[in-house]
Design a protein around this ligand. Sequence first.
Ligand code: GLN
Length: 203
Amino acid sequence: MVTEMVKIAVLAVQGAFAEHMDRLRKLGVESIELRRRADLEQDFDGLILPGGESTVQGKLLQDLQMLMPLRGKIAGGLPVFGTCAGLILLAEELCSDTRVYFGTMPVRVQRNAYGRQLGSFHTEENVMGLGRLPMTFIRAPYIESVKKGVEILAQVQNRIVAARYGNQIGTAFHPELDEDDRMHQMFIKMCEEYAGGGMPADV
Ligand code: GLN
């Protein structure tokens, strides 16, 4: 059984949150912005962490006292979809960096992994269960290694660029910037299952 309507929260302290909200609107899903701690009191069935600058987002989450409450929700099984900087926020460990933000996803992530010259690029690759998808990378990270329980969803040039751990999905690319809706649809389905009392968290 799935619920008819889910509500998805989008972290809106910095970065490309508007693009995610536009995509959700297009798919007929209600979204709310999370800008301050009081916004967390609303009910929502999923959370999107947009691209942007992870250091800035992490600091704002701390300063606004949103980091720990959101971390608790993610650890409790709330479906979360982190794109680019959002993936960095979810990572349990960063390469050559002691910072950890939510740290709920047992992956090791390398930031700004493609160097300055290759700051942005576009390609197409297979995503497990979805087929070939367009992928836009902007000063993107990649997943250097994963621990037990993490499912690798996509690789580009032998580097992991999308993974899933329980109700957490992280992509190094920006599905909200390409026309293709399938990543968002996959996430909405997870949110519907969660709201309908399905799949327990694996965290
Ligand atoms: N380079 C950014 C960071 O380290 C991520 C870039 C992005 O989200 N497009 O946070």
